[in-house]
Unconditional design. Structure first.
Length: 316
C-alpha cells in the first residue's frame, strides 16, 4: 500500500455529466492502480450556484462504481477552519481586507495610464486598512485578498508537464474570503487538502492556474507536505467549447433515465481515454486493467453525436 491519499471533490452546482464523470473515473483508476486512499469532499461553498442537496450526486458517483472512505467532508460545515487560516495569513500581512467592487476594478483596469495589459487586480486596498473594522467603516462589504507572488510560479504536473504561471498578471492579488464572509475556493481547498493529508490531486486542467494560487497559499500557510498533480484535458463539444448545456443534455441522470447502464458509461470513458479501441461496455475491473494514463491523449476529448447515441442506446 502506498501512502498516497487522493480525493474526489465534486461541486454540487449541477448534476454529474460525462465530462466531470470522466475526471472522477480516471482519479479512481489511478488510485486503485497505485494503492492510494480515496476521500470524498463536497465543495458546496459557492452560495447561489449550489443546487439542491448533494445526495443525488453522491448516489450517482456510487452508481458509477466509485468508492471512497468515510466520512464525507462538506465545505459548508468548515467555516471555522477557513477563518483560522485567514487569521494566520492576516497576522503575517499576506492577506488584506478589500472593499473594491467588480466595477471599481474594471474602472481601474481601464484607466488610460495602465494600458490594456492590466485586467489584474490593481492592488487598490493593499496596505490601505489597519484592520477589518476600519475597512468596514464605509459600510461596504469586505473581502480578503492574498498578495500574489512577483515571480512566476513554477511546478511540474504529472500529466500536463512543467508549468509556469505568472499570478501577478493572471488576476493579481486574489480573493481568499469573499465579501459574503464565505471562504473562496482557493483557500478552502488548500485547508481541506492539508487537513486530510491529501498528496495526490487529479482534476481538470481548467484548474492549472488555480493550482498555482493553491501552491502559493500552501507555502504561506506552512503546509509543506508535497502534492503530486495530474491536470487532465477537459471534455469538449463538437464546436471545441467545453461540454455544457449548449451541446444538449450530457448528464448521467439523463442517460440513466433512457436505460443506460454504468457499464456503458465506463466503456465510453475507457474509449475516450484510449483504453479501448471502440465503444463497448465495461466494468471498473475491465477498465482498470486496460487503462494506462501514459496512453491518454494530451488534447481535449470531443463528446460527439456517436458518443451520445452510444449512451442513449440509439444507432448513430
Ligand atoms: N470542485 C471542483 C470541481 O468540481 C474540483 C476542485 C478541485 O479538485 O480542487 O471541478
Amino acid at each position: 500500500m502506498s501512502n498516497g491519499i487522493t480525493r474526489l471533490a465534486p461541486s454540487p452546482t449541477g448534476a454529474l455529466h460525462v465530462g466531470n464523470a470522466r475526471t472522477f473515473v480516471i482519479n479512481h483508476l489511478l488510485a486503485r492502480q497505485n494503492g492510494w486512499r480515496v476521500l470524498l469532499r463536497i465543495e458546496d461553498l459557492d452560495g447561489p450556484r449550489i443546487k439542491g442537496d448533494s445526495s443525488a450526486m453522491i448516489d450517482e458517483l456510487s452508481w458509477l462504481g466509485l468508492e471512497w472512505e468515510g466520512p464525507v467532508v462538506r465545505q459548508s460545515e468548515r467555516g471555522e477552519l477557513y477563518r483560522q487560516a485567514l487569521n494566520r495569513l492576516w497576522s503575517e500581512r499576506w492577506a488584506y481586507p478589500c472593499i473594491c467592487s467588480r466595477r471599481d476594478i474594471e474602472i481601474a483596469a481601464s484607466a488610460p495610464n495602465l494600458g490594456q495589459a492590466s485586467a489584474a487586480y490593481p492592488g487598490t486596498c493593499r496596505g490601505r486598512f489597519a484592520d477589518e473594522s476600519q475597512a468596514r467603516q464605509g459600510g461596504r462589504p469586505v473581502a480578503w485578498r492574498v498578495i500574489a507572488p512577483l515571480a512566476p510560479m513554477l511546478f511540474d504536473d504529472r500529466f500536463a508537464g512543467p508549468q509556469s504561471v505568472d499570478l501577478a498578471s493572471a488576476g493579481g492579488d486574489f480573493v481568499v474570503f469573499k465579501n459574503d464572509s464565505q471562504a473562496a475556493y482557493q483557500l478552502a481547498v488548500v485547508v481541506d487538502d492539508s487537513a486530510a493529508g491529501v498528496n495526490r490531486i487529479v482534476r481538470g486542467d481548467d484548474l492549472l492556474e488555480s493550482c498555482a494560487r493553491q501552491i502559493h497559499l500552501r507555502r504561506l500557510l506552512g503546509f509543506d507536505e508535497p502534492i503530486e498533480y495530474w491536470h487532465l484535458p477537459l471534455v469538449i463539444g463538437p464546436d471545441g467549447r467545453r461540454l455544457a448545456k449548449r451541446h444538449g443534455d450530457s448528464r448521467l441522470c439523463y442517460y440513466r433515465r433512457l436505460g443506460c447502464t454504468p457499464q456503458r458509461i465506463l466503456g465510453l470513458i475507457g474509449f475516450m481515454c484510449g483504453a479501448f479501441g471502440s465503444r463497448r461496455e465495461a466494468d471498473m475491473n475491465d477498465l482498470m486493467e486496460a487503462f494506462d494514463i501514459e496512453r491518454m491523449s494530451r488534447s481535449p476529448v470531443v463528446f460527439g453525436p456517436d458518443d451520445d447515441a452510444f449512451l442513449a442506446g440509439r444507432k448513430a
